[in-house]
Design a protein around this ligand. Structure first.
Ligand SMILES: Nc1nc2c(c(=O)[nH]1)N[C@H]1C(S)=C(S)[C@@H](COP(=O)(O)O)O[C@H]1N2
Ligand SMILES: [Mo]
Length: 445
């Protein structure tokens, strides 16, 4: 049975949008029925895994007809000064979750994790979280001030900063509210919406420690720094001096080019391993102080409601977490057979050590292949072979980081945290696969 199924490359109706609309779903079901009929008749079928050709069943003959692009002149260079994705990929978009927020200036657009490969998020698909809209700030007028418990308070221009010794490092950024809607019940259909406040990029900038040293920071009295953004949201977050002097970057570049305006152009803080809110965009001021600042973004927002009714403050580190991105909610497995299960794992405390995958609702676990590089406080990509026998099942991934911390089950997390939280949900995600191949979001104990 298994050896036979292995010959069949399972086809996935991927839907770059993350989910299929009613008409597409109908088409998938029809195609699935006719494919299953043919596969049975032929013994085994071969087909592609991409959405656009998922329905092609006689693709082998197409290779004989030379298409126009093989017999004509192509486009000249520099048709576009800045390259864009193929027209065939136009459905792969950041998307807002309808009704999530009242106004689109204080909103989120989610990264389409289901359509991405490897660990780097293309800059145009990096998720956005704005509290008060975004701006495209003229860098020549932008300044960064460092004040407070320092020998010399200073104001830097962008030119001043970009002359300094820089570092380039790959890190994930995850909003503390990522997966927040899932605390109570299943709330969202696709991985884009459940986990898409997550991106990973190479950031370039000057270490905050370099700037603090230049200003003669008082390391004895200075226990904290406050980071402040230049937009109207008055985004301000306290960061411990220990962390500020460690790996925090005052960054101007992302994935080889200057930051995108939505992501903080011309300057943002990169606080590796820490929730997104501390990655202050449009960074204009760092103040060194002797106590925590208890700003609105750390007393009212980004706090955890515990089961005893008390709020927990300053949960900053994003704990070890993982999610299967394919197959994931909204996709459809078109037939039985071989599939590559793939997903992402990350930890705010360092490197990913192992990712286990279950294809039977958590009873048995196998270790997935981790792709290199495996970097500290960055996304790691995992892959594992799977032969689906066509029966309904639940697939899950569980990550373990280099500290030995194991990603918890939802119920283990709820036992400690209750169900009233919004932030910091790093539970194991379950995707249910129906006998008709449809994948959906479920919660299991
Ligand atoms: N100035 C400023 N910085 C900000 C925000 C903001 O609204 N204004 N949002 C924060 C939050 S809550 C998150 S999750 C990250 C999102 O960064 P991104 O939009 O680049 O994904 O930026 C943080 N920094
Ligand atoms: Mo956030």
């Amino acid at each position: 049975m298994t050896a036979e199924l292995r010959k069949v490359i399972g086809r996935i109706m991927r839907a770059p949008e993350g989910f299929l609309d009613a008409a597409q779903l109908d088409e998938a079901r029809k195609a699935r029925r006719s494919f299953m009929g043919k596969a049975l008749a032929m013994g085994a079928g071969v087909a592609s895994t991409v959405a656009s050709s998922a329905l092609a069943q006689d693709g082998d003959k197409a290779i004989l007809n030379l298409p126009t692009h093989s017999t004509s002149l192509g486009l000249p260079v520099a048709a576009t000064g800045y390259g864009m994705p193929s027209q065939w990929e136009k459905n792969l978009q950041r998307r807002e979750s309808p009704g999530l927020t009242r106004v689109t200036q204080a909103s989120v657009s989610f990264t389409p994790l289901q359509g991405l490969f490897g660990i780097i998020t293309p800059s145009g698909l990096h998720f956005e979280r704005h509290h008060q809209g975004w701006h495209d700030i003229d860098p020549s007028g932008h300044r960064l001030m460092i004040n407070g418990l320092v020998q010399e308070e200073r104001v830097f221009t962008m030119d001043d900063l970009m002359r300094l010794p820089s570092v380039s490092r790959i890190h994930f950024i995850e909003c503390g509210a990522n997966t927040g809607a899932e605390w109570g019940n299943v709330a969202l259909p696709t991985v884009q919406y459940t986990h898409g406040m997550l991106s990973c990029s190479e950031f370039t900038g000057v270490l905050l420690s370099t700037l603090l040293e230049m200003c003669g920071v008082d390391k004895k009295k200075g226990k904290y720094v406050l980071a402040e953004g230049a937009d109207g949201s008055s985004m301000t977050r306290t960061i411990s001096m220990e962390r500020a002097l460690d790996d925090v970057i005052v960054a101007w570049a992302m994935n080889g080019e200057m930051l995108r305006p939505e992501n903080g152009y011309p300057l943002r803080l990169v606080v590796p391993g820490v929730q997104g809110v501390s990655w202050v965009k449009y960074l204009r001021r760092i103040e060194v102080g002797d106590e925590r600042y208890d700003t609105k973004d750390e007393t009212i927002h980004y706090i955890d409601m515990m089961p005893n009714g008390m709020h927990r403050q300053y949960t900053s580190v994003q704990e070890c977490k993982s999610v299967i991105t394919t197959p994931s909610g909204g996709q459809v497995l078109m037939d039985k057979g071989f599939y590559n299960i793939t997903g992402l794992a990350w930890s705010g405390r360092g490197k990913i050590k192992r990712v286990d995958v279950s294809v039977d609702g958590g009873r048995n676990w196998r270790s997935a292949r981790l792709e290199t590089p495996i970097l500290s406080k960055a996304l790691s990509r995992f892959n594992i072979d799977w032969v689906w026998d066509g029966s309904p099942t639940i697939i899950q991934s569980r990550a373990i980081d280099e500290t030995g911390y194991v990603q918890p089950k939802l119920n283990q997390l709820r036992a400690v945290r209750g169900t009233k939280s919004i932030y910091h949900n790093n539970a194991i995600q379950s995707w249910k696969i129906d006998s008709n191949g449809e994948v959906s979001n479920v919660q299991v104990s």
